[in-house]
Design a protein around this ligand. Structure first.
Ligand code: F6R
Length: 615
């Protein structure tokens, strides 16, 4: 994980780098640092804590000068979060400064060799080993920084996005990537580097995304030069125009990114539909599916791989695909799939779901599936991300940047994309009748409006949050399409409020979790009319007769559950398969309000990071 930012040009680098680091804090926020070269001195300031702590430290020492600078916000892998282990790291001579996102797996062996040659190390990090290895190559082989980086990286095993400069040549910055993302912003006489484009979006709309295994030498007096790390082969830079704007990555008047992103869902889902859902013409148009329709039609099975919230979206998709397209679906945690010896047949389709498009386990699972000959289809949010490029075809969710660490709009837009694919396929296969297909398309079009209505329950949800914010455990129950929503509701609460919560299929409650129920324990039950309504009513009775408290998510106007439950939150009715898109909304808001009331850092919960680029 970790976020990296760099600047080289004629402006002062400090503001650009620090502002960029704040935008990348979603990637890690246990420590931060910056290195600036002011023409005479290399000033490195590092501190445990957030970028705001770094700013205070930099100002104290007045280390803000220089037009070349690199900065880092960390999610610790090797070495505890403290000042010394924070990046940037510098070489023994004090000439080279580096920032790194990733892990050098063979760092112990490399460190020992360097120690044998007299190098000393201050930190416990793999990164300090890498910068000294680069220096060692540079000095011994008398090569340029860029050549030294190439040689050193060929000795390193692991994953990285790095930026390194040498104070002896301060008009040059060398960057490289393997397994961790890296974007280069190309301005007028200035360049920016970062883990994603958000740090430089207000300065330039032109960006080059390095591919895995590539490095670039950015020299102010030359054109940008890209090479393959392995063999030095020259690659032509492909400069693309960015489509995101500043407003999309700022809070826009909301207290937290998470809340903003929850409220963005009606628009985000509309954006997911745009150009694809065409009820008037009775069609769904999706380039990635249309151009591979034969493969989809021939698929005997669909394997879905993902992690966390994206895995929950995969579980919802299992129900949707089986319902409409009548194709068997298996959903796997990418981290389990990659370490099993899964059976993949040539007629299987693998669908990988990832908001960030950078999750290490999902990426590794994709590579393995490809090696076994599978056709891999990606469902990603971040355009140009590693997973979107590694897959054979795919469909973007178009949810816009998701900054809050707890995933919200990514989840609902993933379900939307997957439902579109399932219906598209169902029509082609004839597994849904024409009339039903038509109704579903029209009903889907209504979803953004209905999500907006569901958001209207916010004040009611806030009151419920106030009552239960001090509970120590929560149980979430749902059946059928809404079982994965129960899992997702529990995950949202856990990750931002640190309250223990479990999601269960409602009928499983009596096989164990029922023992937890007492008068203190709130149970959140998804009890919408479509889908095993009567059975869920019985589950509610079972909780009530053990004095448990019920918070029920019901359809508007349902008086039966209203009578039974302690609290109800209403969502509009829709077709059963689309209910997760509505029932998720109150669960997101409930966890949000509880976390805010408990004074937790909603956008940056402890120990987490937005983009999990380590396994
Ligand atoms: C939870 C959350 C995580 C991610 C998971 C996968 O709110 O955000 O569980 O869903 O780390 O991330 P992506 O979707 O980027 O692969």
């Amino acid at each position: 994980m970790c976020g990296i930012v760099g600047y080289i040009g004629s402006k002062q680098a400090y503001q650009i780098v620090v502002k960029g680091l704040k935008r990348l804090e979603y990637r890690g926020y246990d420590s931060a640092g910056i290195a600036l070269y002011d023409g005479n001195n290399l000033n490195i300031t590092k501190t445990k804590g957030k970028v705001a702590d770094l700013e205070a430290a930099v100002f104290k020492d007045d280390n803000t000068h220089g037009s070349i600078g690199i900065g880092h916000t960390r999610w610790a892998t090797h070495g505890v979060p403290n000042d010394v282990n924070s990046h940037p790291h510098y070489s023994n001579s004090g000439d080279l400064a580096i920032i790194h996102n990733g892990i050098i797996e063979n760092y112990e062996a490399l460190k020992q060799e360097l120690k044998n040659r007299g190098y000393v190390f201050k930190s416990d990090t793999d990164t300090e080993v890498l910068v000294n290895l680069i220096e060692d190559v540079q000095l011994n082989e008398k090569v340029s920084l860029s050549k030294a980086v190439q040689i050193a990286l060929n000795q390193a095993i692991g994953a990285y996005a790095i930026a390194v400069f040498d104070v002896k040549n301060p008009s040059e910055l060398v960057v490289a990537r393997l397994g961790s993302p890296l974007a280069i912003g190309v301005g007028e006489g200035e360049y920016f580097v970062a883990s994603d484009a958000s740090p430089f979006i207000e300065y330039t709309a032109n960006a080059v995304y390095l591919e895995d295994g590539e490095m670039a030498t950015i020299n102010l007096s030359k054109d940008i030069e890209i090479l393959k790390i392995k063999d030095g082969a020259i690659v032509d830079p492909y400069i693309q125009e960015l489509k995101i704007n500043l407003e999309q990555i700022e809070k826009g008047g909301f207290d937290h990114f998470m809340l903003k992103e929850i409220y963005e869902q009606p628009n985000a889902i509309n954006d997911t539909f745009r150009g694809r859902l065409l009820p008037e013409e009775n069609i769904i148009r999706m380039e990635g599916v249309d151009s591979n329709i034969k493969k989809f039609m021939a698929a005997k099975r669909i394997l879905i791989i993902a992690c966390g919230t994206s895995w929950h979206a995969g579980l919802v998709a299992e129900y949707i695909f089986e319902e409409f397209a009548r194709v068997p679906v298996e959903v796997d945690y990418a981290s389990e799939f990659r370490y099993r010896n899964p059976i993949i047949n040539k007629d299987d389709i693998v669908i990988a779901i990832s908001q960030s498009g950078e999750t290490a386990d999902t990426m590794a699972a994709i590579k393995m599936a490809k090696d076994k000959g599978a056709f891999v289809f990606g469902v990603c949010n971040v355009v140009g991300s590693s997973i979107s490029r590694e897959t054979h075809a795919g469909a973007y969710t178009h949810a816009g940047p998701e900054i809050g660490v707890a995933s919200t709009k990514a989840f609902t837009t993933q379900i939307t994309v997957l439902a579109l694919i399932a219906l598209r396929l169902a029509k082609e296969k004839g597994s849904i009748d024409r009339e039903q297909y038509h109704y579903h398309l029209y009903e889907m079009e209504q979803i953004p409006k209905k999500v907006q209505e569901a958001l209207g329950e916010n004040d009611n949800i806030k009151k419920v949050a106030e009552i239960y914010k001090d509970a120590e455990d929560f149980l979430y129950l749902g059946r059928g399409f809404n079982f994965p929503v129960a899992l997702e509701g529990a995950l949202k609460l856990k990750e931002i409020s640190y309250i223990h919560a479990e999601g269960y299929p409602a009928a499983e409650m009596k096989h164990g979790p029922i023992a937890l129920i007492d008068e203190k324990m709130p149970t959140v039950v998804i009890a919408t009319k479509k889908g095993h309504y009567e059975k869920v009513l019985s589950n509610i009775q079972e909780v009530k007769s053990r004095k448990g408290k019920i918070i029920a998510i019901i359809n508007k106007g349902d008086t039966v559950v209203r009578e039974l439950a302690d609290h109800v939150i209403e969502v509009p009715e829709t077709r059963e398969a689309f209910t997760p898109l509505l029932t998720t909304i109150p669960l997101q808001l409930l966890s949000y309000h509880i976390a805010v009331m408990l004074n937790k850092n909603v956008d940056q919960p402890r120990n987490l990071a937005k983009s999990v680029t380590v396994e």
